[in-house]
Structures are given as structure tokens and as C-alpha cells.
Design a binder for this molecule. Structure first.
Ligand code: ADP
Ligand code: MG
Length: 319
């Protein structure tokens, strides 16, 4: 086992189920369902930048796909297909098998079929492309928030960043808190079911990959509105509440990346339907602020009206 084609055949090629033609030809062939448009997204993960080079292969396979499915979730798109471009330093069968297991397990869970990719030798890098479907008028875009909308977040933000802080020795987590944060960091759960339920309800949505403030800032800029958050209403995961470092906890909640929760805006008249959508999708949704007219900005205030600030808004590869 070691040629490129043996690797592809052994670990990644599966008979096509939903595609007309899957792995094995120059292109895959897919057919979309009537009335839908394709939602397409790609994300790259580089050893040393996005993950430690000795990261566990199975969870890496999971995460590489999960961050992409999260983008589909944020558009309200239904996952259909995925492509996987892999650069590997060597043909380590055990590693590739574990990576494929993590990737394909998650793909199966969300009904996404692996239909192609590329396999080359090089410094460990993983690039996944996902293709989903969404009725064109129902796609949840960043540019459609309106003044008066509630701002919502799914789950809670900050755990992934707290997990990273733990691995880097900046905080010492134990027991359940440690487990929750590391699991969130390594194996995030894409909020696909919620994204689908928000179709026709939410005006705008984004997934939190770079930090709550930074990603909400993208909605504000694209929509030409300002976002005002109520500090006390932003949900805290148990690990955040108990980590014993208030400044770090605040930074993780507001600016920590890698959580893959959804942040979205919706008319205040739909509050009970949003809560119901969260229940059906089995994820907590919390109203944390309001969209207001004005220059694009994200402001956080506490119950007394005092601004809540943090040292940086979010993650930027070139900042
Ligand atoms: P080409 O030279 O035409 O680009 P390749 O030799 O790169 O084709 O790949 C052969 C087939 O295997 C193609 O269908 C391609 O999409 C698929 N493939 C290559 N690498 C992967 C991978 N890691 N996962 C899934 N499919 C892959
Ligand atoms: Mg190729």
C-alpha cells in the first residue's frame, strides 16, 4: 500500500450513492433537486496553523469536514457532497485509515457523500469543499440583517478557545470542563439541523469560526447595520463559568474562535418560533442583543449600560 491510487481506492473511494458519478473519473457528476440552488464552500486546514501536526487523525478527519458543514449550516443549506484535497508527508496507512474513518463517519451522519478530491505528497494540509442545496430565496446570507432584529446565538461560545488556552498552558482545566473544551476544540458539532430550521425565519446568519464579535461584525458590515449585545444575556458554558479567570473567560466568549455555533438575526415577532426551531434541532438558542440602524459596529454593554470590551475581537491570520 502506498501509491496514490491505492490510497484513494482503499480509503476514500466508495460506490456513488447520490452522485451520478463519484470518485474515479476526472470530475464527479451531480444532479441537483428541482427548485434548489447549490451552496458551495471550501476551507483549508494546515498543520501548525490550524492544528498540531501530531493531532489525532480520526478527530482531524471529523474536524476538517465539520468546519465545512458548519458553513453550509450557516447558509441554511442541506449537505449533499464533499471533496477532499489532501497533502500528506508520507503514505502512513494507519493514519490515513483513521483520518478517513473520522471524515466518513461525520459525512454519513449528515448525508454528505465524498465524490472526489486530490491526494499529493507535501506538508500535511487538508482542504475540504462541500456542496449543499438550498432554495435560492431561503439562503441565510450575511447581508440581510435589519434594524429591529433580535440577535441570537446557538449553544454557547468560548469553549474551544478555552480548550486551546488549556493546551497552551494558559489555564488549567480539569474533569468535565477539560473534556468539554477539548471535545469542542477537536470535534465541533456543525449546527446543520438548526440552519435548516431557520430557513424562512432568520434574516441573516453566520457561523462562529473567528469569534462572536468578529463574525457578528461581518453581518453588521455586510448588512449596513450595528449590533448591540447584552453582556449578561450571552450564554456561558459551565467550563467558562467555572474557569476561575474572568478576563480569559470574557475573551473566550466574545473573541474565541473555533466554536462553530450559529449567530443569526430574526424579527422580534418570531421569537417563539426561533425557540421552537432550536428545540427541534436539539440546541439551545439564546437572544443576546438587537440590530440597530447606524454605522456597522458591534457593541457590548452590561446591565448598567457600561461598555464591555476585550483585548481583541477575534482571530485573523494576518493581523
Ligand atoms: P486527476 O488526475 O484527473 O485530477 P486524480 O488522479 O487526482 O485525478 O484522482 C483520481 C480520482 O480520485 C478523481 O476522481 C479524484 O476526484 C479522486 N480523489 C483523489 N483524491 C481523493 C481523496 N483524497 N478523496 C476522495 N477522492 C479523491
Ligand atoms: Mg488530481
Amino acid at each position: 500500500m502506498s501509491t496514490e491510487f491505492e490510497i484513494i481506492r482503499r480509503y476514500f473511494a466508495r460506490p456513488a450513492r447520490t452522485a451520478l458519478l463519484g470518485v474515479g473519473d476526472d470530475c464527479a457528476l451531480v444532479r441537483t433537486r428541482a427548485g434548489t440552488t447549490l451552496a458551495v464552500s471550501t476551507d483549508m486546514m494546515i498543520a501548525g496553523t490550524h492544528f498540531f501536526a501530531d493531532a489525532e487523525a480520526d478527530t482531524l478527519g471529523h474536524k476538517a469536514l465539520a468546519v465545512n458543514l458548519s458553513d453550509l449550516a450557516a447558509m441554511g443549506a442541506h449537505p449533499r457532497w464533499a471533496l477532499l484535497a489532501l497533502a500528506l508527508p508520507r503514505a502512513n496507512g494507519k493514519w490515513i485509515a483513521a483520518f478517513a474513518r473520522g471524515f466518513l463517519r461525520l459525512a454519513r451522519r449528515f448525508g454528505a457523500e465524498l465524490i472526489g478530491g486530490d491526494t499529493t505528497r507535501g506538508p500535511l494540509a487538508i482542504c475540504v469543499t462541500v456542496i449543499g442545496e438550498v432554495p435560492r430565496q431561503l439562503a441565510l446570507r450575511r447581508d440581510a440583517a435589519r434594524a429591529g432584529d433580535d440577535i441570537w446565538v446557538s449553544g454557547a461560545t468560548g469553549e474551544a478557545a478555552l480548550g486551546l488556552a488549556h493546551l497552551e498552558g494558559r489555564v488549567g482545566l480539569e474533569g468535565k470542563a477539560r473534556q468539554a473544551c477539548l471535545e469542542r476544540l477537536h470535534a465541533p458539532e456543525p449546527r446543520v439541523a438548526l440552519g435548516l430550521r431557520l430557513r424562512g425565519l432568520a434574516h441573516s446568519a453566520i457561523d462562529v469560526s473567528d469569534g462572536l464579535l468578529a463574525d457578528l461584525g461581518h453581518i453588521a458590515r455586510a448588512s449596513g447595520v450595528a449590533a448591540e449585545l447584552r453582556w449578561e444575556d450571552i450564554p456561558r458554558a459551565p467550563a467558562i463559568a467555572s474557569c476561575g479567570n474572568a478576563a480569559l473567560a470574557k475573551r473566550c466568549v466574545l473573541a474565541g474562535g473555533d466554536d462553530y455555533e450559529l449567530v443569526f438575526t430574526a424579527p422580534a415577532s418570531l421569537r417563539s418560533r426561533i425557540v421552537a426551531a432550536g428545540k427541534k434541532a436539539r440546541v439551545l438558542v439564546t437572544a443576546i442583543g438587537t440590530v440597530v440602524a447606524g454605522k456597522p459596529a458591534v457593541r457590548v454593554r452590561d446591565a448598567r449600560g457600561k461598555p464591555v470590551t476585550t483585548s481583541r475581537a477575534g482571530f485573523d491570520h494576518f493581523a
